[in-house]
Design a protein. Structure first.
Length: 250
């Protein structure tokens, strides 16, 4: 089944192991990625190696019941069908993912000559306000955590230092986002999140009206009323962060 593996030299064996670990960690291998050193898109060496040994790697992952696929139009090699292996996205990361997909589709519809799209953090926040998806301002810690997950799965790349001029920070959206969400899924999920925010606002108004008639002491307040936990959504992806944080802290 694994004919040819024994013929690989030591360096290629190490590269093969690296590619396998990377795919398991981040699911997607884009053909081209943004290189901050050169300030432009560059071919990804792991994608190239995986492409050259695609037959072997396909058989290797099939043993574990995982399908290795390649989308040559988008330039992505990726894993799928790994049931039972996954990670939960925090609510903020899910919202960002939905909005980034929406922005991606809109910009691609404007006759884009590239499979990659560039947006800004300000534009992303504008979309969140347009759909009324975020009830209040998020902390920098929450924002960084959300983007760290999206970056881990090759959804985005920051082109600028994230801490500086936050609203103008440019974000590269990779085409991998097309393999996670379909347009019709986005519209449905955006609607459900928007309805949830509206319901929360109504509940808040009702509580305010009630408390204006009754006097509440601090002991009457429960932890659930004062500190709501964010909802989470399942994403059938797997793995751990490969390379940690970059200079932006994400």
């Amino acid at each position: 089944m694994f004919e040819g593996y024994e013929e690989l030299n030591t360096q290629d064996v190490e590269r093969m192991q690296e590619v396998i670990r990377t795919l398991l960690a981040q699911t997607f291998l884009p053909e081209r990625k943004y290189d901050k050193k050169y300030g432009r898109m560059m071919p990804d060496r792991m994608y190239d190696f995986c492409d050259r040994h695609l037959e072997f790697l396909t058989e290797y992952f099939a043993v574990a019941g995982i399908k290795l696929s390649q989308d040559t139009e988008l330039g992505i090699i990726y894993l799928e069908g790994a049931d039972g292996i996954g990670e939960k996205l925090p609510k903020l990361a899910t919202i960002y993912l939905l909005l980034l997909k929406l922005i991606y589709d809109e910009k691609m519809a404007a006759v884009s000559s590239s499979v990659n799209v560039i947006t800004t953090f300000g534009e992303l926040n504008g979309k969140a306000g347009e759909f009324r998806l975020i009830k209040g301002p998020s902390s920098m810690t929450e924002i960084k955590k959300a983007f760290a997950i999206l970056k881990k799965y090759q959804m985005v790349e920051f082109l600028d230092v994230f801490e500086e001029q936050l609203e103008n920070t440019r974000i590269m959206i990779y085409p991998c986002i097309n393999l996670v969400l379909m347009r019709e899924d986005v519209n449905g999920l955006l609607g459900s999140f928007s309805d949830e925010v509206k319901d929360n606002e109504v509940d808040g108004q009702e509580n305010l009206e009630w408390s204006s008639e009754e006097t509440l002491s601090e002991n009457d307040m429960t932890d659930e009323e004062s500190d709501l936990e964010p909802e989470e959504m399942n994403v059938d992806e797997e793995g751990e962060t490969e390379d940690g944080t970059d200079e932006s802290g994400i």
